[in-house]
Design a protein around this ligand. Structure first.
Ligand code: HAM
Length: 426
């Protein structure tokens, strides 16, 4: 019998070097969020479908993997992790002092049309900041992004930003119910502006001129946001949201958080957002590498107390693609690779040398060979991207030395075993 070796459509086998770079990308994220005092949570992969049914938005609801388990429960593979974290918060973290700051790294599933950077299983790394409505809590998310992208060497990113509450305020004023609002915002997210207008035409109180003028506002200059919206005749609530958007984008600029693009027509696929929303975009990739926003009603919707919250998630594969497209992946590898070649079968001695190298931070792989085959093994080491070859033979064993070759600079010499941790100087 011959098996089909391809994975299921939309799923991927991830091999080195991509798998290794994805690990580094995730590790750096964990280092940064920990340095901001966030603690890890690990939500389950399978949840009851009802958790995502209401507030995921039409797009994600349609693309969910839903099935019945053997006991007949309607369950799904999580399409994202925020809803699970909120459920966990209500179940186990309500008594904790606020804000609760958590992070996660995990896979998510969406039955979407596969394309570059869009898969049916993908990895997200995210943070949720639960129980804080302050401007600083939103700002902190951007500071995390700034520091994280700096740690990756990524400077060419932009943050597209809006407050979905501006349009929601107008819609509510015009008598548009919440579910219809979600649908209009879904169309806007899909850039189907005419569909959005078509729905609004059904509401006699809807001011289509104002809708048109508001959704045309796009600027990289916070001052210009204030100028252009001043004369639009917006309701008080929308004006105060614009002022907050001005404040936060001015602070982002002052604190060197990427390139900020304010776009009042920008909407996001998920329906739980109530305020600030944002996406991270990079040149040469037409999908966002991260996204998030404020969801002040979700905890309450799931039966908890009113709890203003905010957060974001970044796509691990898309972050990798962004770095690859910009030629930044080479700089990411965290350790130099060493091939330790032994011409003698003294496993104890070889382990002493290998452990010394590993403790000094070198990824050390051991090979035993004979003098006659040494040339082949050296060839393999340079082909496979090893930086150093460390050689042990009878002569080296007797003198407590090793022979070292730097395959990049071509330096070669003998080092005392006690000097091995200083390999990097050669
Ligand atoms: P999202 O924008 O749906 O937001 O997903 C966040 C990120 O996950 C995207 O920016 C993208 O990098 C990655 N992503 C999404 N779908 C795919 C896919 N099919 N293939 C590869 N990567 C993908 C959320 O999921 C929210 N939970 C974010 C959030 C957290 N909002 C508040 N807190």
């Amino acid at each position: 019998m011959t098996f089909k070796v391809e994975p299921v459509r939309g799923f991927r086998d991830i091999l080195p070097p991509e798998s290794e770079l994805m690990r580094i990308i995730t590790k750096k994220f964990v280092d940064v969020v920990r340095s901001y005092g966030y603690s890890e949570v690990i939500p389950p992969t399978v949840e009851l479908f009802e958790l995502f049914a209401t507030k995921s938005g039409p797009e994600i609801s349609r693309s969910m993997y839903v099935f019945r388990d053997k006991a007949g429960r309607e369950v799904c593979l999580r399409p994202e992790l925020t809803a699970s974290v909120v459920r966990m918060y209500i179940r186990s973290m309500l008594a904790e002092p606020k804000p609760v700051k958590v992070f996660y790294v995990g896979n998510a599933f969406r039955y979407e049309e596969p394309q570059l950077g869009r898969y049916r299983e993908f990895y997200q790394m995210g943070v949720e900041l639960i129980g804080d409505s302050s401007l600083y809590s939103d700002l902190e998310l951007f500071l995390i992004l700034r520091d994280y992208y700096k740690s990756l060497g990524l400077s060419e990113y932009s943050i597209k930003i809006n407050d979905v509450g501006i349009l929601r305020t107008l819609f509510t004023l015009w008598g548009v119910g919440e579910e219809v609002q979600d649908l209009i915002l879904h169309y806007m997210d899909k850039k189907l502006y005419d569909e959005a207008v078509k729905i609004l035409r059904g509401y006699s109180s809807a001011d289509l001129k104002l809708f048109d003028e508001v959704t045309k506002v796009r600027t990289e200059n916070p001052e210009e946001l204030l100028e252009t919206t001043k004369t639009l005749g917006m309701p008080e609530e929308a004006i105060s949201r614009i002022k907050k958007l001005y404040e936060i984008t001015s602070l982002m600029k002052a604190l060197n958080v990427g390139n900020v693009i304010i776009d009042l027509s920008f909407a996001r696929g998920l329906a739980y957002y109530t305020g600030l929303i944002f996406e991270v975009i990079v040149p040469n990739l037409n999908v966002s590498i991260g996204g998030g926003g404020r969801y002040d009603n979700l905890v309450e919707l799931y039966g908890g107390p009113p709890t203003p919250s905010t957060g974001f998630a970044l796509g691990v594969e898309r972050t990798y693609l962004a770095l690859k497209n910009l030629g930044l992946t080479d700089k990411l590898s965290s350790f130099d690779k060493v091939m330790l070649i032994s011409l003698i079968d003294d496993y104890v001695y070889v382990d002493i040398i290998a452990s010394t190298l590993r403790n000094a931070g070198y990824a050390t792989s051991v090979r035993f060979t004979s003098k006659g085959k040494l040339g082949d093994v050296l060839g393999l080491a340079s082909k496979k991207g090893y930086k150093y070859v460390v050689l042990i033979g009878e002569k080296e064993l007797k003198s407590s030395k090793v022979t070292v070759k730097n395959l990049i600079t071509k330096w070669q010499g003998e080092l005392d075993v006690s000097e091995l941790s200083r390999l990097g100087e050669h």
